[in-house]
Design a protein around this ligand. Structure first.
Ligand SMILES: *Cc1c(COP(=O)(O)O)cnc(C)c1O
Length: 395
């Protein structure tokens, strides 16, 4: 008898009760806008910024409307403007090149390796083409961050980290997001904290952060922020920054604060689930799992594996066989974008040149979510189905 998995790949955990209570209190107060505060009241948004800065070890934090908004704001804060070229990963999610394009800037795509990280040799070869790298830690895979920073520092490239999939991950003990000049996080439903939509931006650089705060739509109320630079820093920028409204509100911040308190435990639970699926796929002929280096402490909120050398028909057949048994895989080799999954050559606005190494990787790359509503037993069932179908396909 063949086992079938009946769980739901897009079902998230409920919002913690404490967060629901905090959200209700905000609604009762009627004060939802971040600058609508009672006398002496800190407010949920400022408190979240203060707590996220403390958690990450960054000097400054700004809460915003989405991860994509955080990225575009970081690019603007670094002075990226129309026509400027920005290095970024060819293997990433559409909002990353989209944030670059939203400024009228031009993405310069860098190849991915079979280990699913940015190709550092290709990055070094293109280092003279841009002054900013928007580094996306796509699906939680961290490259050798020490080597990456060496390359960028030597070339005078400033780094923005997109940590949408690495909130809580570390490279040699350093938190992801603490290597570059600024780092961006998403608190959209499918990321590591869930406020429906939302984003966070961190930095140690007072001028970059003052610009970001002003652009986010702070009017002249920046002294009310919980983790912003001193007022004299704002004096240097306050009349030069356009207001590009993208603030977070108290309701979302209220939902996020209790989740931040429980973040490390949830990261560990994700990685346990990842390891449970991974162990079923280890040693299956024809399946390649990306290595997870000793230096990398990752958050396994999704898993990727490759079936190298299979043609498109075989990849589609494998995805269909797993789907028939209740296991939802995404394939990065499809000719047209589907749902959240797209490939660099679908971003026609970026006029991408062909990237043969990336094409070869994506043609065999599969991707699966691991929501925390799955038990470890669920993960073993899923892993067994993936392995059985891979063995069947290998004949
Ligand atoms: C989700 C995501 C973003 C954008 O976040 P939003 O909050 O949806 O705007 C950026 N980069 C990556 C890699 C993502 O997965």
């Amino acid at each position: 008898m063949t086992t079938r998995f009946t769980g739901n790949f897009t079902q998230q955990e409920p919002i913690p009760e404490e967060a629901i209570q905090a959200a209700v209190a905000v609604m009762r107060s009627g004060r939802l806008h971040r600058y609508n505060l009672g006398p002496q009241e800190e407010g949920e948004v400022s408190a979240l910024e203060r707590e996220f800065a403390a958690w990450s070890g960054a000097r400054y934090c700004l809460a915003v409307a989405s991860g994509g908004y955080a990225i575009a704001t970081a690019l603007r804060a670094l002075g990226v403007g129309p026509g400027d070229r920005v290095l970024t990963n060819a293997f990433t999610l559409a909002p990353v090149p989209g944030a670059i394009a939203s400024l009228g800037a031009v993405p310069v795509l860098v190849e991915v390796t079979p280990d699913l990280v940015i190709d550092l040799e290709d990055l070094a070869a293109r280092a003279d083409q841009a002054k900013v790298l928007l580094l996306s830690h796509m699906r939680g895979h961290l490259c050798d961050m020490d080597r990456l920073m060496e390359i960028c520092d030597a070339a005078g490239i400033r780094v923005i980290e997109d940590c949408a999939h690495t909130m809580g991950a570390r490279w040699r003990g350093v938190l992801s997001g603490r290597h570059g000049a600024m780092a961006c996080y998403s608190t959209q439903t499918y990321k590591h904290m869930n406020s429906g939509e939302g984003g966070l931006l961190i930095s140690d650089d007072p001028d970059l952060m003052a610009r970001a705060v002003l652009m986010s739509g702070s009017y002249m109320l920046y002294p009310r922020h919980g983790a912003a630079p001193a007022p004299e820093v704002f004096e240097r920028h306050r009349l030069d920054m356009p207001n590009i409204s993208g603030r977070m509100d108290h309701l979302r911040a209220a939902i996020l604060r209790p989740q931040l308190a429980g973040l490390e435990a949830r990261c560990a639970a994700w990685t346990e689930r990842y390891r449970a699926v991974e162990s079923c796929l280890r040693d299956v002929p024809g399946v390649k799992l990306p290595p997870r280096p000793q230096a990398e402490a990752f958050v396994g909120s999704s898993i990727q594996f490759l079936l190298p050398g299979r043609d498109a028909a075989a990849m589609r057949a494998y995805v269909a066989a797993c789907a028939a048994r209740g296991v939802e895989l995404k394939w990065f080799g499809a000719d047209s974008p589907a749902g959240f999954t797209s490939r660099y050559d679908h971003w026609r606005y970026a006029a991408p040149a062909p990237l043969p190494a990336t094409d070869a990787v994506l043609a065999g790359l599969l991707d699966m979510r691991l929501p925390l509503t799955f038990s470890l037993e669920d993960c073993r069932v899923i892993g067994t189905i993936l392995a059985e179908e891979a063995r069947a396909a290998a004949g």
